[in-house]
Design a protein around this ligand. Sequence first.
Ligand code: SF4
Ligand code: SF4
Length: 364
Amino acid sequence: MYYKQYGNTDMKVSAIGMGCMRYDEEDVKAGRLDKCAEVALYAADQGINYFDTAPFYCDDKSETITGLALSQLKRDQFYVSSKANLGTTGDVIDEDAFRRRLETTLTRLKVDYLDVYHLWCMLSLESYEKQRDALYGFFEKVRGEGLVRNIAVSSHMPGNELEQVIAEDKFRGMLIGYNALNYRFRQKGIETAWDKGMGVVAMNPLGGGVIPSHPELFTYLADKSGMTVPQAALRFVASHREITVALAGITKPEHVDDAVKSVENLKELPAAELLPLYDNIGTSLNDLCTGCGYCEGCPVDIPIPKFMDAYNQKLFGDSITSRLKNHWGIPQMQAADCIACGECESKCTQHLPIIARLAEIASL
Ligand code: SF4
Ligand code: SF4
């Protein structure tokens, strides 16, 4: 296993982390939690020492399963993170509700403290500011009491918005979606985080399953490495100097083996050197929005990169509607606000027909 320093902390974490949201569904439903825990223990045996969980994952059993596994290890053999936001405190700004949530998490994980506690799932600057104002003070308090060692933020914001969050100097780390599909969205964010000495954990390194389900589009990631496309996609993420941990969603021991292989003899490079190696070789991806953000500044405030990212899903045969609703949390009908001024199309680096795509989305 390859290990990296988590920002300006004393944590030396595995370049592959276990994303604890993919325990086997049938085993979870049938209550075979010990069997699920065996997979996490296997991951630990193979050198993975970073475990990322949260309330609600796996029918709200992920923290419990992860705790069953981690309680069989010494506390200095692993790092564990979980998450909280207003959704986990019953939508109330209340210190007792926050503490109850944290205590439940600690009890389920069978630990006295969390290594990382995330302010969870910030979809936009607006939602971030609301949750920060409501909860950040509670996070600081429990850190002062030793219940949480590091406060981090988990976000789906594009890179330029992440920069603003990072500039506030409130977090030791961040958790973001990062993969071969959306790296342009987040590049600025990871570079700024690196400059600030933050740890960066990348979730969704396989593009929500898009990459493994369309391997023919991503063979260029594997090149002559002898790796499978999913392994190469994980390695792509882990190769960034700015990314500390690539979280692999793991259901079976084979997924652990795959993930571990992906970082064999890993060589890290700064994003500024790594990404040009990939920018122009994915020729089959010409119709895709790369998330570069050059089109921003719409006079009627349409978040164009988010809509175009959702349109990418259509090109992969997936659902635009579900992407907008579940990933970005924006109303589909906002696409109808477009006044066809053409400003964005003149700036689009991919020369995409943005106006027509928005009209199509609005008509769905
Ligand atoms: S064409 Fe539509 S989406 Fe593009 S900038 Fe103008 S109003 Fe915004
Ligand atoms: S400029 Fe084009 S490719 Fe870049 S984010 Fe906007 S729509 Fe996507």
